[in-house]
Design a protein around this ligand. Structure first.
Ligand code: AMP
Length: 396
């Protein structure tokens, strides 16, 4: 998949055309009020471009899991209100997705006007990528714009199916994701450092296998580190471990050595006697973890070692926390790495999910080059997998 060669909104004449824009408005709503509007703000650049270029704009998105049925709890009405406030212009709300109301409102839409369809997942056909449903969606528009990176790894009617029936381009959000991450994978500024953490090795195998051919340094932290430490023959006590992945961990370490990659595991570990914030804890060298103790964070020596590698980096990709960062006592390793990345001067790319949340919580978001808007999608991208929502777009 040549991700860097996909057409964008700027590669197609949108003037006077009806554009169906797939956004990610899957925002948290409490008592009818949006508690975090980051995703809506993220879509504004593309929407404004379309308005300024005289397109007729139809926005669509999913929200939550309404399981294929209409359910007011998952209505996009609160999203409509927020878009209106942010755009400073009215947004026409359709009462349905591909029903009479949506179709009649779409047919009378004027250039520069914006309308919003109801939650795509009110129809089970959306997630089933039903061709008839995709056709119905397409029938309201002349151009399809995908700007929902968070769902680009799913082949749904509004992310992939609809592109069969319309010229298909990406919006600015997806363009930024694929340009920054695609360039890092294909032509990184070196040294290229990947930092992988989180609970399980099994979730990150694909990423490690893809990155091991590309990076100069691979830093491992979090719960997944202990499977590697055990594979090296260390006692790891009650630390997280996937015993069925020990052979794989060994072979990955051998591969890293053969390729001359700097493969860094925690040299010291904060161990606790229970999986609790107020447990007894101490820092020990990673080859001195005793039975009855479990690794909950990387220690200070590891932080310093990782910092030295990150400081010199040209590009850093980070996915997954270094410890149980939800417990303040064991968030120090993740904080230290966030600080190192923020201060490194490298092109810094934060995979979505926990690491993005950690970076935001710790106040380093502004210092990063790019925080991906899709957890699952960015992982699949880093694995080198084809994302259906991106491969469906037209090539330049
Ligand atoms: P993931 O979803 O795979 O990125 O993993 C994130 C989760 O891994 C977070 O909830 C962390 O609390 C957890 N985690 C990180 N380090 C450890 C550890 N040493 N032991 C147990 N869980 C961990």
């Amino acid at each position: 998949m040549n991700v860097l060669g996909k057409k964008t909104v700027e590669d197609i004449n949108v003037s006077g055309k009806t554009c169906l824009v797939r956004c990610d408005f899957n925002v948290p709503v409490k008592d009818g009020v949006i508690t975090d509007d980051k995703r809506i703000k993220g879509a504004l650049k593309t929407i404004k471009y379309l308005i300024d270029n005289h397109a007729k704009v139809i926005l669509c998105s999913h929200m939550g899991r309404p399981k294929g049925e209409f359910n007011m709890k998952y209505s996009l009405v609160p999203v409509r209100k927020r878009i209106e406030e942010l755009l400073g212009q009215p947004v026409i709300m359709a009462k349905d997705v591909v029903g009479e109301d949506a179709k009649s409102k779409a047919s009378t839409l004027k250039s520069g006007e914006v309308m919003l369809l109801e939650n795509l997942r009110f129809h089970k056909e959306e997630e089933n990528n039903d061709p008839e449903f995709a056709k119905q969606l397409a029938s309201m528009a002349e151009i399809y714009v995908n700007d929902a990176f968070g769902t680009a790894h799913r082949a749904h009617a509004s992310t992939a199916g609809v592109a069969e029936y319309l010229p298909a381009v990406c919006g600015y959000l997806i363009q930024k994701e694929i340009e920054i991450m695609g360039t890092a994978l294909e032509n990184p500024r070196r040294p290229f450092v990947a930092i992988l953490g989180g609970a399980k090795v099994s979730d990150k195998i694909g990423v490690i296998e893809n990155l091991i051919d590309k990076v100069d340094t691979l830093i491992i932290g979090g719960g997944m580190a202990y499977t590697f430490l055990k594979a090296k023959g260390y006692e790891i006590g009650n630390s997280l471990c996937e015993d069925d992945k020990l052979d794989l961990a060994k072979s990955l370490m051998i591969k890293a050595e053969e390729k001359g990659i700097n493969f860094l595991l925690p040299v010291d570990t904060v161990v606790g006697d229970e999986f609790k914030d107020d447990c007894n804890f101490k820092t020990v060298d990673s080859n001195k973890i005793e039975k009855g103790w479990m690794g909950l964070d990387i220690g200070e020596k590891s932080q310093a070692k990782y910092d030295a590698a990150i400081k010199n980096a040209g590009t850093v990709i980070w996915n997954g926390p270094m410890g149980v960062f939800e417990m303040p006592e064991f968030a120090k390793g993740t904080k230290a790495v966030a600080k190192s990345v923020a201060e490194s001067g490298a092109i810094s790319i934060i995979g979505g999910g926990d690491s993005a949340a950690a970076v935001e919580q710790l106040g380093f978001a502004d210092k990063m080059t790019h925080i991906s808007t899709g957890g699952g999608a960015s992982l699949e991208f880093l694995e080198g997998l084809e994302l259906p929502g991106i491969s469906a777009l037209n090539n330049k």
